[in-house]
Design a protein around this ligand. Structure first.
Ligand code: GDP
Length: 331
């Protein structure tokens, strides 16, 4: 049985990756933060399943700044693969909490690499980068060779994580790589990301609960894909013969207005009747357009995104319209 250890197992990607690995017969160990509020909604269906929990899925308490505990867990579990997905994942929030964003996203990656380097059997290591490392990108689409020019503390922290992972790969010969993921969303995305904020608002407006959706900058273009497909790319990267950083993206640029069109139209609505601009939601600086070139991932790991941004918008609206009305309070 192959053994994997995942940080960030309760997040969107962590939960999908866990399902994928359990389906492949892995033993999956997840590292969870100790806190007074237990937020494990995304993996509840797995921890409630007696055929899975404590048989194929195991959870361990550990904060990522508690390195002695992480070392103990690693020595006990001896994973073959280590997926480091934890971190402060919100770009807008990173302007308000820059220091902890760098602590959780940059420094935690370095600490983990340091512990792994000391192990007798070093597991294969993957972490997730972000299109935000390219920020004010000098070229479009971005490739694995595009210069990093981040425009947010989050982007800076992720640039550090990508670079330190590369340095450990090159300097110590570790099988360590980064999936440079563009925006990837799902029914499990938290509603402080714009896609899910929109789909929930569409469901609430269609149900007659609210009338308006407040948004920030609408003049943005992104490369939005479907998260379950992205965790498959992560897994494939750790099965490759050689470790290498890869862009994981759809390769298609979509404007936020096009996403709004698709989401509102799916419920027979027009976003222009409901969207208001709230200046407080506009970020101090941000990339205007980001689109990845996924051709290297297609060549080396045979991965292709299958869901377009328009399909994604419809999928999220369909799912959110099934939610009870009280869950649809706009954020
Ligand atoms: P990000 O690309 O990782 O920052 O993902 P988000 O979903 O948070 O934001 C995507 C884009 O939508 C960014 O350019 C935001 O500035 C823009 N945006 C516009 N209004 C909003 C809003 O109300 N909330 C969020 N989260 N983003 C917004």
């Amino acid at each position: 049985m192959t053994t994997a250890l995942i940080t960030g197992i309760t997040g969107q990607d962590g939960s999908y990756l866990t399902e994928l690995l359990i389906g492949k017969g892995y033993a999956v160990h997840g590292v969870v933060r100790r806190s007074s509020i237990i937020d494990r909604q995304r993996i509840d269906h797995l921890t409630r399943d007696p055929a899975i929990y404590h048989k194929q899925l195991f959870l361990h308490y550990c904060d990522l700044n508690d390195i002695t505990t992480l070392r103990r867990i690693l020595n006990k579990v001896q994973p073959d693969e280590f997926y480091h997905l934890a971190g402060q994942s919100h770009v807008g929030l990173s302007f308000e909490i820059p220091e902890s964003t760098c602590e959780f996203t940059a420094m935690a990656t370095l600490r983990i690499l340091e512990v792994l380097r000391d192990m007798d059997q070093v597991p294969r290591f993957l972490t997730t980068g972000s299109s935000e490392i390219f920020g004010a990108a000098a070229e479009s689409p971005q490739t694995e060779w595009t210069a990093m020019r981040p425009t947010s503390p989050y982007g800076v922290a992720k640039s550090f994580a990508v670079n330190i992972t590369r340095v450990y790969r090159e300097a110590f010969g570790m099988f360590a790589c980064t999936a440079i993921c563009y925006n990837h969303e799902s029914e499990r995305r938290s509603p402080n990301f714009v896609t899910r904020k929109i789909s929930r608002a569409v469901a609430a407006i269609a149900a007659g609960g609210v009338e308006t959706l407040k948004l920030g900058n609408l003049d943005v273009w992104r490369d939005w894909g479907y998260a379950p497909e992205y965790v498959d790319a992560m897994w494939r990267m750790l099965q490759a013969d050689q470790p290498e950083d890869l862009i994981v993206a759809t390769g298609i640029l979509t404007s936020l207005e096009q996403f709004l069109d698709a989401a509102f139209a799916h419920a027979g609505l027009s976003w222009r009747d409901h969207v208001e601009i709230d200046q407080r939601l506009i970020r101090p600086s941000e990339p205007q357009r980001l689109v990845g070139d996924p051709s290297r991932a297609a060549r080396t790991i045979g991965w292709h995104a299958r869901t377009s941004a328009v399909e994604l918008a419809r999928k999220l609206v369909t799912a959110d319209r099934l939610l009870p009305e009280q869950e649809l309070v706009a954020v």
